[in-house]
Design a protein around this ligand. Structure first.
Ligand code: HEC
Length: 151
């Protein structure tokens, strides 16, 4: 999220430096038709960089995982929740250290807020629009997902 807003700042800065409408135009002609995380609706401002989420945000994230995510992802994130049956592709096993190493924090935070379709993944992974206004809870959810990794 921080990278997204930084990127925006850079775009704005280069717009100011560019002549006339050229800047907006070059953005339009960007080849990516499908929305990507950086093109997704503006994320809520992040909390201070690297600041750990509060105990309240951490508790809320745990509660959200248990109520909204386990149906598909399973209580321990193994991808074996009751609603995972028949999903193609199936939810990932969050315990897998290789998967954990392969994905960036930003990616996890984006898919949780904007849903699978917004990041080129299965639309079966729902968006959670209410979390866009709660960056601290999103961070805590990402940390929760990270914590499911098997040691
Ligand atoms: C209706 C079922 C469903 C629910 C509910 C759901 N997910 Fe997902 N989720 C999926 C599926 C299916 C995928 C796999 C998408 C793909 O690989 O294309 C996915 C993918 C993900 C990924 C990325 C995995 C990867 O390999 O790229 C993360 C992270 C994630 N979900 C977190 C969550 C969190 C956190 C919640 C709760 C807020 C949640 N999901 C709720 C079905 C669900």
């Amino acid at each position: 999220m921080i990278r997204v807003s930084l990127r925006k700042t850079l775009v704005v800065a280069s717009c100011a430096a560019a002549v006339g409408l050229a800047c907006g135009k070059s953005e339009e002609s960007s080849p990516a038709a499908a929305p990507t995380p950086s093109q997704a609706p503006a994320a809520a401002p992040a909390t201070a960089a690297g600041a750990p989420p509060s105990a309240a945000a951490t508790a809320e994230a745990k509660q959200i995982f248990e109520t909204r995510c386990t149906a598909c992802h399973g209580a321990r994130g193994a991808g074996d929740g009751p609603a995972s049956k028949g999903l193609t592709p199936p939810p990932r096993n969050f315990q897998d250290p290789q998967w954990q190493a392969a994905v960036k924090d930003d990616y996890i935070e984006q898919i949780v807020q904007y849903g699978g379709a917004a990041v080129g993944k299965s639309a079966a992974m729902p968006a959670n629009p209410d979390l866009m206004a709660k960056p601290e809870v999103v961070t805590a959810l990402r940390i929760y997902v990270r914590g499911l990794k098997s040691q």
